[in-house]
Write a protein that binds this ligand. Structure first.
Ligand code: COA
Length: 330
């Protein structure tokens, strides 16, 4: 068995900043409401047609450089996204073509906000068994073009943003290591945060009636999501601690999926963690679904909030419901 690590990290966000005041002009909402309920001040939106692969490309190049490898070292590309450019094939195929890595296998995973940690677990298994030495793992989302940016869709539209993060997962020859990953799900809640149409079992899968009813937009049972998130996040973190005989005091930084600042605060409280030990950048990017953890890791490294050798716990919760954690020596 080999050991694995996160060898490099990178990020890319669209240039266009959309503030809460910009949203006030599109729908009946307010800067105060959004900040109080979510902690979000601004988010990024793409301004011209752009797929997740295109948005992710600069993040991948950064991660490759950060890991000190050549792109041709990559043996597998895994992409986590909720917002692929096409129903099929997956975003990873488009990314592979843009990276010009013909022959490299590609894999999309669809577990929404938990996608990066699920992907980390998949990459970890391939490295541990010795099948691959270098894997590119990406979380990328373009939520903005799929949101109902009117008052009708305001409960969800104010939460989400666009962005991409990438990591190189490699064999470890030093202290850095992915120590454990834990994955969970409960499909009973699948429709509590979902997009209804196109509908796989209807013919046609999308109709004018569905569009007129707004069924192509995401829908959310916000209270149900909130209630489960504040329970499942701490459970996932505790699993990570237990598996490694760590106490919460041993952890240098928890990097959670950036769902909502109120959720982050509730997790910190339940775990008995000071907020300084829970990384947050939701104020500037909103919830970027599968991209949020790699974006947070990239920012945490840039701000020197996590450094090589630190004990880091990643935790995610999202649509499905799915949730997951990872314990890492950075
Ligand atoms: N701006 C202004 N008012 C809004 C609004 C917005 N963007 N969105 C909803 N409202 C209104 C509602 O219509 C409701 O009005 P009413 O009382 O007249 O019916 C009022 O605000 C309160 O809505 P409510 O649903 O009770 O708010 P809440 O305190 O539950 O907060 C969420 C709503 C969405 C912020 C909260 O449920 C939440 O954080 N859920 C989890 C969301 C999440 O993190 N999702 C991603 C998970 S990965």
């Amino acid at each position: 068995m080999y050991r694995s690590k996160i060898a490099g990290i990178g990020k890319n966000v669209p240039e266009k900043i959309i503030t809460n005041f910009d949203l006030e002009k599109m729908m009946d909402t307010s800067n105060e409401w959004i900040i109080e309920r979510t902690g979000i001040h601004e988010r990024r939106f793409v301004t011209q047609p752009c797929g997740c692969a295109e948005l992710a490309l600069p993040a991948c190049e950064q991660a490759i450089a950060d890991a000190g490898i050549e792109k041709t070292d990559i043996e597998l590309i895994i992409v986590a996204t909720t917002t692929p450019e096409h129903q099929f094939p997956g975003t990873s195929s488009f990314l592979q073509a843009q990276l010009d890595l013909k022959g490299v296998p590609t894999l999309d995973i669809r577990v929404q906000c938990s996608g990066f940690v699920y992907g980390l677990s998949i990459a970890d298994q391939f490295i541990k068994t010795g099948q691959y030495q270098y894997i590119l793992l990406v979380g990328a989302e373009i939520q903005s073009v799929g949101l109902d940016l009117t008052t009708e869709g305001r409960d969800i539209a104010v939460l989400f943003g666009d962005g991409a993060g990438a990591a190189i997962i490699s064999r470890s020859d030093n202290d850095s290591e992915i120590l454990s990953t834990h994955l969970f799900g409960d499909g009973k809640h699948a429709m509590d945060l979902s997009i209804d149409a196109p509908i796989g079992y209807e013919c046609p899968r999308i109709s004018k009636e569905m569009i007129d009813e707004g069924r192509q937009f995401p829908q959310m049972n916000g209270r149900q999501v909130f209630k489960h998130a504040i329970t499942r996040f701490p459970e996932a973190v505790r699993e990570a601690l237990k598996a490694n005989n760590w106490s919460i005091e041993d952890v240098d930084m928890v990097v959670p999926h950036q769902a909502n600042m109120r959720i982050t605060e509730a997790i910190a409280k339940r775990l008995g963690l000071p907020l300084e030990k829970v990384f947050s950048n939701i104020h500037k990017y909103g919830n970027t679904t599968a991209a949020s953890i790699p974006l947070a890791l990239a920012d945490a490294c840039e701000e020197k909030k996590i450094q090589r050798g630190d004990k880091v716990v990643l935790a995610a919760f999202g649509s499905g419901f799915t949730w997951a954690s990872a314990a890492i020596i950075w």
